[in-house]
Ligand binder design. Sequence first.
Ligand SMILES: Cc1ncc(C[n+]2csc(CCOP(=O)(O)OP(=O)(O)O)c2C)c(N)n1
Ligand SMILES: CC(=O)[C@@H](O)[C@H](O)COP(=O)(O)O
Ligand SMILES: [Mg+2]
Length: 586
Amino acid sequence: MALLERIRGPRDLDGLSGTELGALAGEIREFLVSAVARTGGHLGPNLGVVELTLALHRVFDSPCDTLLWDVGHQCYVHKMLTGRQDGFAGLRAEGGLSGYPSRRESGHDVIENSHASAALSWADGLARAYEVRHIADRAVVAVVGDGALTGGMAWEALNNIAGAQRPVVVVLNDNGRAYDPTVGGLGRHLAALRRGPGDGGVFSALGMDYLGPVDGHDIAATETALREARGRNRPVVVHCVTRKGAGYAPSEKDPVDRHHAIGPFDPGTGAAPASPPSWTSVFSDEMIKVGNEREDVVAVTAAMRGPTGLAPFAEQYPGRCFDVGIAEQHAAAAAAGLAYGGLHPVVAVYATFLNRCFDQVLMDVALHGAGATFVLDRAGVTGDDGASHNGMWDLTLLQAVPGLRVAAPRDAAQLRTQLREAIEVADAPTVVRFPKGAVGPDIEAIERHGPVDVLSRGVREDVLVVGIGPLAGPAVEAGARLAELGIGATVADPRWIQPVPEALVALARAHRAVVVAADCGRAGGPGTLLAQALQDAGSDVPVTGLGIPQQFLEPAKRTRLLTALGLTADAIVEACRRTVEKGLSE
Ligand SMILES: Cc1ncc(C[n+]2csc(CCOP(=O)(O)OP(=O)(O)O)c2C)c(N)n1
Ligand SMILES: CC(=O)[C@@H](O)[C@H](O)COP(=O)(O)O
Ligand SMILES: [Mg+2]
C-alpha cells in the first residue's frame, strides 16, 4: 500500500503518473476487499468506481467543487481519497465511519440521505444557488447510477437541469445494473448508448451535451471527458461505463448482485457464512405457496427482487413478478392499476422506501379501495446503515390513511398467517411490516379475542403489556419478571395494529394501566393509536408508549440501538413498574 498511504487528500493525486495511478487503483481495490471482508458493506458498487473516483478527484477540486453522490453507497473510494482510510476498521459500526457520505466526517461530503435518485435535484438546486449568489468558479458534479436513473425524481431533475442550461456535470456511472440488470425502456436505451457511437440519445434530445460512452476504468479517458465537461459550462452528461465488482473475481462473477451489499466474508473466496432463517426468507417462502394457490396474486419490486425475498417467486412464476426499477411511487400507483385489473399485487419494499410513495398509497390505492398488500421489510431499527435506513417512519405516515390495515407479525407462523389474511382483503390496502434479521422461535397464544392474541396472564390485571411484532418476545419475558415483582401483567399481541382492534381497547379497559412497546417511531405509533382509541371510548386508562423517538439515529447494531431506545424486556418491566406504582400512589 505504498502509494495509498501517501494519499491524505485529493490534491495528493495531482503529481501521480498514469502508471502510478494504475498501481494506486490496485492498492485501493486490495484495501476495499480486505476492509469490507471484515465489516461488511457495499463492496460491488465501490469496486466499480475506483478509477472513476480517482479521475473525479483529479479533475475537480473538492470541496470547492461539489461532488454529489446519488445514494452514496459508492462513496468508499471517495472517503479513502479524502483522508478517511484509517476509519475503515469501524465502517458502519457504532461511532465509526458511516457507510454513506457524512457531513460530520468530512467537508467533502454533502448528501447523506441514501435514498436513490435525489442527487440530480440537489445539483440543480445548488447550481441555482450559485447563480443567484453570482458564484461562477465552483463546479457542480452529480454521480448517478443507471439504476438510480430509473427513479422519477431523476427525470424531474434532468428536465430542470436541461431547461435552465446552467453548468451541471452529470456523471452517469453505468454498470448496467441496480441489484439486478437495469430494467425497462431506459435500461434498453442505456444499453444501446453503451454500444456507441455516442449520439447522446435522450440526453441530447433534452438539450444537454453528452460525452461518451467512456470506459470508466480508463482513468486517462475518463479524466479527458470530465475536463471537457467542466469546460463546457453548461449541462453535460458524461456517460461512464463501469463494471460492478470490477477487479475482484468473486464480486464480478457473483450471479446474485455482484456483491452489491455483503456481510463479512472470506476475502480469499468471497464466500459469506450462511445466515439463519430471516423474516425475509419466511415471507419469500410463503409467497411461493400463496402464488401456487392464487393465480391472481402478483408481486412488485422496486429494483430489489433479491433483498426483499421476491427472487424465488419471480423464478417460480416468471410472468407474475414485476421489477419496476427504483420507482416506489410508480410501484404503488401501478398496484392500484393491477388491482383494478383483477389482480392482487404484493408490493415488497423496505419500510424506509415506503416514504417515497406515501401519496400514491393514500390517493391511488386507498382512495380507490384497491386491494393491494404492501410488505415492509426492514421495518423498525436496521442499524448499520444509519439514519436513512431505519424503517421508523412508516406507521407515522400510514396512520393517516383511511381504510388501511396494518399487520405486525410477532414470529414466522404469524408472518405466514397474516400475509394470507392481508392478501384476502380485496377492498382496501393492507400492510405487513417486519424487521431486518433472523426470526426467533414462534410464540404460542393462550387466548384469542377477535384478532388479538393474549400471550400470558398474571394473577391480577394491574397492567396490560402490548408487544408489537418482534417486541412480543420481550413483552412475554417482561410479563414473567413482573410476576416475580408481584405485579399482575397480561401480555397481548394485537397482530393487526391499525385500525386499533376493539378487542384490544376492551382488554386495555380491564387493566389499570397499559404499556405498549413497538419498534417504530413513537409519533403515530401503536401506543398513540391505542391512547386515542381509549380516549374515544371514554376511558382514562393511562397508556405509556415505548418506541423510537422522532430523531435520526446514528449507525449501530440493531440490538444495541433497541437497548438504548428502551425496547427490551428490562425497559418494559421498568415502565410497567413505574406506571403501576404511579397509579397506586394516586
Ligand atoms: C428510493 C430508494 N429505493 C431503493 C433503494 C435501495 N437501493 C440502494 S442502491 C440500489 C441500486 C442502485 O443502482 P445504481 O444506481 O445503478 O448504483 P450501483 O449500485 O449499480 O452502483 C437500490 C435499489 C434506495 N437506496 N433508495
Ligand atoms: C444502499 C441501499 O439502500 C441498500 O443497498 C441497503 O444498504 C441494503 O440494506 P440491507 O443490507 O439491509 O439489504
Ligand atoms: Mg448501476
